[in-house]
Ligand binder design. Structure first.
Ligand code: CAA
Length: 257
């Protein structure tokens, strides 16, 4: 039987994915990417999904990048195909209809940073190290980093990180807006459990509509994006969830979504 590279654990619609290749610091090879892709394909079709957490096995590394040994001998055509497949998988993660959280321990480099950039949230432990070190290997980021990093931290900082290949610590990652929170390692799990519980406990249709409005709206001009928001706002009034949420407020009780 082949080794499981993506561990899947679920509790009440909250799914935790662990990339598990600790001997290579969870580097993304073709096998990991293929397994991740098929897990995401199953998740994206589910109506009962509430939130997805993605992390790397062990405390030393989230993901130390794409697998360098595997890439070393690729021709340009093979490199293009490898990265194109990975881009599709990362896009699948980004477009999951529910909030996604990257839980980052240790190294978050190259393809690992690109995976975290595709998540809605990034929560890092204080030992986390981020970077896009591809230029040190004679290449550029290939899993979306040249595009998602400037959208997250601005073009000047993205150019800084991608052209120097320098590594930054968790506090700098927080300062430039690459991550949402930094926690002491010992408190990280409890914090993330609380966060996913909170995300999972809110009105699921409203949470999905919020993600759709922000993600799709960012790619549109302001007027089109505001029309999208308006349509999704109205959509929220078309189900039981809004009635329950607003009734709970009026009746001074907790909503049951
Ligand atoms: N690919 C393949 N194997 C990797 C790897 C990677 N990205 N990162 C680490 N490993 C392997 C090492 O080869 C080593 O394997 P062996 O024990 O068999 O020798 C094992 O993981 C442990 O790594 P180190 O001994 O190097 O651990 P360290 O603590 O001394 O250093 C590190 C840790 C600084 C993260 C270092 O491993 C490192 O620099 N890794 C490469 C980081 C990198 O350049 N990432 C970008 C990859 S390119 C990319 O991602 C392109 C893209 O956009 C798609």
């Amino acid at each position: 039987m082949s080794e499981t590279l993506i561990e899947v654990v679920e509790n009440a619609g909250i799914v935790r994915l662990t990339i598990s290749r600790p001997k290579a610091l969870n580097a993304l090879n073709s096998a990991v990417l293929a397994e991740l892709d098929s897990v995401l394909a199953e998740l994206e079709a589910r109506d009962d999904l509430r939130a997805v957490l993605i992390t790397g096995a062990g405390e030393k590394s989230f993901v130390a990048g794409a697998d360098i040994a595997e890439m070393r001998d690729k021709t340009p055509e093979q490199a293009r195909a490898f990265a194109r497949q990975a881009l599709a998988t990362v896009k699948r993660l980004e477009t999951l209809p529910v909030p996604t959280v990257a839980l980052v321990n240790g190294f978050c480099l190259g393809g690992g940073c690109e995976l975290a950039l595709a998540c809605d949230w990034a929560v890092a432990s204080d030992n986390a190290i981020f970077g896009q070190p591809e230029v040190l290997l004679g290449v550029i980021p290939g899993f979306g980093g040249t595009q998602r990093l400037p959208r997250r931290v601005g073009p000047a900082m993205a150019l800084d990180l991608c052209t120097t290949g320098r590594k930054i610590d968790a506090s700098e990652a927080l300062r430039i807006g690459l991550v949402n929170r930094v926690m002491p390692q010992a408190e990280l799990e409890a914090y993330v459990e609380e966060l996913t519980k909170q995300l999972g406990g809110n009105g699921p249709r409203a949470v999905r509509a919020t993600k759709q409005a922000i993600h799709d709206g960012m790619d549109q001009d302001l007027d089109s994006a505001l029309s999208l928001e308006n349509a999704l706002f109205a959509f929220c009034f078309a189900g039981d969830e809004q009635t329950e949420g607003m009734s709970a407020f009026v009746e001074k009780r907790k909503p049951d979504f």
